[in-house]
Design a protein around this ligand. Sequence first.
Ligand code: SAM
Length: 217
Amino acid sequence: MADPQLTVVEQQLGAVYDAMHAARARTTIVGGLYGQAMGDLYPAEVAASSSTDWALLGTMVANLRMQPGQRLVDVGCGTGGVGLWLARALAACVTGVDVSSTALGLAAARARHFGLPAECADFRLGSLGSTGLPARYADGLVCVDALGHEKDRRKALEEIRRVLTGRPGGPHVRPVPGSAGAAAVERTGAANRPDPGRRGGAAPRTRDVAARLPVVG
Ligand SMILES: C[S@@+](CC[C@H](N)C(=O)[O-])C[C@H]1O[C@@H](n2cnc3c(N)ncnc32)[C@H](O)[C@@H]1O
């Protein structure tokens, strides 16, 4: 797998997030505040650095529609809770990508807690625009509260498209409504298949979502 070179800006971003993740790891205050604010909607085990709640986890599971043994990619994975939780729920393997090496270290250390064997939980340095992952590597992909920090969202979406495996019809990207700053993305060839969750037909395709990204945040 290629070792992606982070740009200077991405390295600076990584340093900022290194400090944030290190500070969060030293205290339970932030998790406690999330818990207080979200009540029983808060999935404490995930300990996300985002407002991921039980509803968003459920929406991601439903949209990903993955099979056991497949590979989930979590871009902007932070300390890995979202991807690890999803991988356990879906009997999948997870590859997390982030610009923060501190977050990646913390994420790797959590894999055992989620019962994932080492070969099934991989966390690597990379950015939304340059993940370093091979083309068609992922069977499903999530990106929670990271795309909003990316200036070149079109490049990030093109990278997501490249990493996702396409069945005939190609991958499509599905923004999760009502979750500020979060987008769940799946690959499936069923871009033109009627989606029971959407009135009137097919899920939006990548280029539609690219146009709507300011809405996705
Ligand atoms: C708010 S945290 C969310 C982490 C995780 N997705 C979660 O929900 O717990 C944002 C994460 O995205 C990462 N990030 C931000 N911009 C990124 C970029 N351009 N490429 C890769 N990671 C990025 C940060 O390092 C940070 O760990």
